[in-house]
Design a protein around this ligand. Structure first.
Ligand SMILES: [Mg+2]
Length: 361
């Protein structure tokens, strides 16, 4: 996926929030200085390479120089944040532009950002960072509590360490772009070359599997607790006492050799109800990104329906493979879970959490 321009709803990016800029621009000269000023910003922190000027170059474009002049005339304090080892070049650039610099610990350490705040006697809220790298400029600024603007890197080669950062950046940006709220210009960065993980459905499936893992842990923990851990006042296992009662009151439970085992279906049902509810919560808000309370009850009912049919499919496949095809227990169990996972994903994606088509494109 190519670089995309817009602003971000940072509440939506969850665990990737530290990497999330306030907004993106194709170039630093597109950053609206009047708007920054209106938002109470008075200190602009600047990355150098591929933000102000190409890597190793000292030829500033007239547009960048004009933008910097305007910033100064509007009364902004400007400060270059750099951890370059080419100190001489940095000194020349700094003198040429008439802009101070802060050098120090490698970004994304927040140290240099804090140093700049001290140097200019500013609060974090008064500063803004502009840079072309998520993993250094944006992450570092966020860690120091400073808003960051992510600009598209200039054309041209990059330092080998930067190229490595770009790979991680590519991965992280896939999650961050989900929170892009005001796409302004997609340019020619169409669907061509869309990476597998960037596809919404693949990302949804990965999230679905993660949620499934958490539900499995919950399911197992509850069953283990109810079956083998929770004891009553007199030291009896809960499962023993409840199972005894069940067997005394219904012949239905005589299938089991022991009271503990008679209680197993009850533990199973309770655990699966809670685990399925866990899947509902996380798949709704995180995997399928559904906002608001609309249709929540209907979605919950549909999800339970899908899940219990999935459970049936799982049991059926596992049983047939194990008892009729005579495959091993592990292979049979795995195959059942595998098919059921696809059933559940499709059922949630296209039925339970199906969102009504909106009129906008
Ligand atoms: Mg840079």
């Amino acid at each position: 996926m190519g670089f995309r321009v817009g602003s971000f709803d940072r509440a939506q990016v969850g665990a990737f929030r530290p990497f999330c800029p306030a907004y993106t621009k194709n170039s630093i000269v597109e950053v609206d200085l009047d708007e920054l000023k209106a938002n109470g910003k008075s200190l602009i922190l600047l990355d150098v390479d591929h933000t102000l000027v190409k890597w190793k170059s000292e030829d500033f474009s007239p547009e960048v120089l004009a933008w910097l002049d305007k910033a100064k005339s509007l009364g902004f304090d400007l400060c270059i944040i750099s951890n370059t080892r080419r100190v001489e070049r940095l000194r020349r650039l700094s003198e040429r532009l008439g802009i101070e610099t802060v050098r120090g610990k490698f970004k994304p350490s927040p140290a240099m950002f804090r140093l700049a705040l001290i140097k200019f006697k500013k609060e974090a809220a008064q500063a803004v960072m502009i840079g072309d790298q998520l993993m250094t400029d944006i992450l570092g600024a966020n860690r120091a509590g400073i808003d960051a603007v992510w600009v598209q890197k200039m054309d041209g080669p990059e330092f080998v360490g930067t190229r490595f950062n770009r790979m991680i950046e590519k991965f992280v940006s896939g999650f961050i772009y989900q929170a892009l709220v005001t796409p302004v210009d997609e340019g020619d960065n169409g669907p061509v070359g869309v990476g597998l993980l960037q596809r919404p459905i693949v990302r949804q499936f990965v999230k679905f599997l993660i949620v499934g893992g958490s539900s499995f842990v919950i399911d197992y923990s509850i069953r283990k607790g109810l079956q083998e851990l929770i004891r009553l006042d007199n030291g009896d296992l809960l499962s023993y006492r409840a199972g005894t009662w069940l067997q005394q009151n219904s012949t239905l439970f005589n299938f089991a050799e022991t009271p503990n085992k008679a209680f197993a279906p009850i533990a199973f049902i309770l655990a699966s109800l809670v685990a399925t509810f866990n899947s509902f919560i996380w798949n709704r808000s995180w995997t399928f990104q559904i906002k608001g309370k609309e249709e929540r009850a209907k979605q919950l009912r549909r999800l339970y329906l899908v899940s219990y049919i999935g459970l049936g499919i799982n049991a059926l496949i596992t049983t047939i493979l194990y008892t009729q095809v005579h495959l091993g227990l592990f292979v049979s169990t795995f195959a059942g879970a595998f098919v059921a996972a696809f059933w559940n994903f499709a059922g949630q994606r296209f039925y339970a959490f199906k969102t009504p088509k909106t009129t906008e494109g």
